[in-house]
Design a protein around this ligand. Structure first.
Ligand code: ADP
Ligand code: I22
Length: 464
């Protein structure tokens, strides 16, 4: 890469989009931007469905990019994009967006694209999932996984699928649009997150899927994580046409890439969801069949290595639900307090209560290994009903839940000696950090809050 050149990293998360510019020579962050996408949309499945409006996500992406210094964007020589895994969005080949020039800046807008059915979607019941063919993979299929979502449409709304001939995660969609790819490309990391993908042979379970009538033509082409997907088909927000673009990666692996420096590190990332992970030794190969009741699964990382991960569906989203509930109560009481002020105040209240006897099991959104389990509060006493007690207990519950999935004992047995905290829900919440330090007996160091965007840019710098 030329002297003075920069690499753009973008992370399309569940709650926000982040963009960073890294100096290719030093890997230092020279600019960054973040925008909440506020993209939640109504689903035809009611409350069980979880969909996002793609045009709002692209709006947040455009907001980030146009706020980065124009003269720096002109120096970008490579682009990496990561994002929320598992979800599926559908579009028509050679369509899916239109390019606009506004104030001399070229951006694209979503057009004729389905909603994004996210990893939080709950339309596939346990009964529905058990009616699906068994995958030839070490990874089980859960609700919210791309292939399960496509099966759901096939069996419940096959007319929906007839409108589209391309599909991918939201980050694959972005890469397809900016590179003008006719057939989307998907990394091994994102393909594994869709289900029915064998990470050893790096192929879809095409025979199994075809035998069940699955529209296999919707499955993207596979590329190794870290490879290029193509080049910018035209100038994008000032980044020159022809700039190399990496195949989209998983936000989880990219947050680990930006923060794990030693093989003996474990990484705890809390954003909308939460993951606690450590890397498996070189040469580790997962078994060839799923273990549905296991809380720790093995996700592909880079260079054929794997991460052991407790991927919890209950992270910052649980805290956000608590704040949303308070906000609703406040408004029902005829008052008006902004969400950001509620966040600040509840965190402050909990900081003045180091202890709480309340026990909160926070699994509002279930967990993949126990999909039908519900959240609960127990050990309630009249003396511990303050905002501070409840918030403290909630934060402790979120961290304890992760500990139940992957204990400090198991981490230590696996050679872990240090914990690295990342993700903006952790970065912005002192109480969560205190609970991490209380529950995990390791030295804890903290990364930054735009870790996946930094990680995907680092991957693009390191690739030859
Ligand atoms: N003002 C705030 N103070 C503390 N935490 C916040 C605040 N606003 C949002 N959060 C937390 O951050 C989470 C979203 O983190 P973010 O990194 O933006 O998500 P993602 O990477 O999934 O898009 C929310 O679920 C919430 O728990
Ligand atoms: O299961 C996993 C990883 O195995 C996931 O939860 C994962 O990292 C997903 O991308 C997320 O759920 C979405 O990420 P985020 O928006 O919470 O950062």
């Amino acid at each position: 890469m030329a002297d003075g050149s920069l690499v753009l990293g973008v992370d399309v998360g569940t709650s926000s989009v982040k963009a960073v510019l890294l100096a290719a020579s030093s890997g230092h962050v020279v600019s960054s931007q973040s925008r909440d996408s506020r993209a939640g949309a109504e689903s035809e499945c009611g409350l069980r469905g979880k969909e996002q409006d793609v045009s709002k996500i692209i709006g947040a992406l455009n907001g980030c990019l146009t706020a980065l210094p124009r003269e720096r964007l002109q120096k970008v020589s490579r682009i990496g994009i990561s994002g929320q895994m598992h979800g599926a969005v559908f579009w028509k080949r050679n369509a899916g967006c239109h390019w606009i020039n506004s104030g001399n800046v070229r951006t694209f807008e979503a057009k004729d694209v389905s909603g994004l059915i996210t990893w939080e979607d709950g339309r596939c019941s346990t009964e529905f999932l058990s009616s699906l063919p068994k995958p030839q993979s070490h990874l089980s299929v859960a609700t919210g996984f791309g292939c399960a979502t496509i099966f759901w449409y096939l069996r419940n709304r096959s007319d929906f699928l007839q409108n589209y001939d391309a599909a991918g995660t939201i980050q694959d969609y972005v890469v397809s649009m900016i590179c003008g790819l006719e057939v989307p490309k998907m990394s091994v990391q994102n393909a594994a997150s869709w289900g029915y993908f064998n990470t050893c042979s790096k192929t879809w379970n095409t025979d199994i899927l075809e035998a069940s009538g699955f529209p296999v033509s919707l499955l993207p082409e596979i590329a190794d994580s870290g490879c290029l997907a193509g080049k910018l088909s035209c100038d994008w927000c000032g980044i020159p046409q022809g700039t190399e673009v990496g195949v989209a990666l998983g936000d989880f692996q990219c947050s680990v890439y930006s923060s794990m420096t030693e093989d003996t590190d474990a990484v705890l990332n809390i954003s909308t969801s939460a993951q606690l992970t450590f890397s498996m030794p070189e040469g580790f190969q997962p078994q060839d069949h799923p273990s549905p009741g296991e809380a720790v699964v093995y996700f592909p990382y880079f260079n054929d290595r794997y991460l052991a991960v407790a991927a919890s569906l209950n992270g910052g989203n649980v805290f956000a639900s608590f704040v949303a509930m308070l906000s609703q109560w406040v408004s029902e009481l005829g008052l008006d307090i902004s969400d950001s002020s509620l966040y600040t105040q509840v965190i402050k209240a909990a900081l003045s209560h180091g202890e709480s006897g309340l026990t909160v099991c926070p699994i509002l959104f279930g967990e993949r290994h126990i999909p039908d389990a519900l959240a609960s509060v127990s050990n309630i006493t009249a003396s511990e009903l303050s905002l501070g007690h409840v918030t403290r207990a909630l934060c402790r519950g979120i961290i304890e839940n992760l500990h139940t999935m992957l204990s400090a004992h198991r981490l230590r047995e696996s050679g872990v000696t240090r914990l690295i905290g990342s993700g903006s829900a952790l970065a912005r919440n002192d109480v969560l950090r205190q609970e991490v330090e209380r529950i995990f007996p390791f030295p804890v160091v903290y990364g930054n809050d735009v870790d996946s965007a930094v990680g995907v840019a680092m991957v693009m710098i390191k690739r030859r």
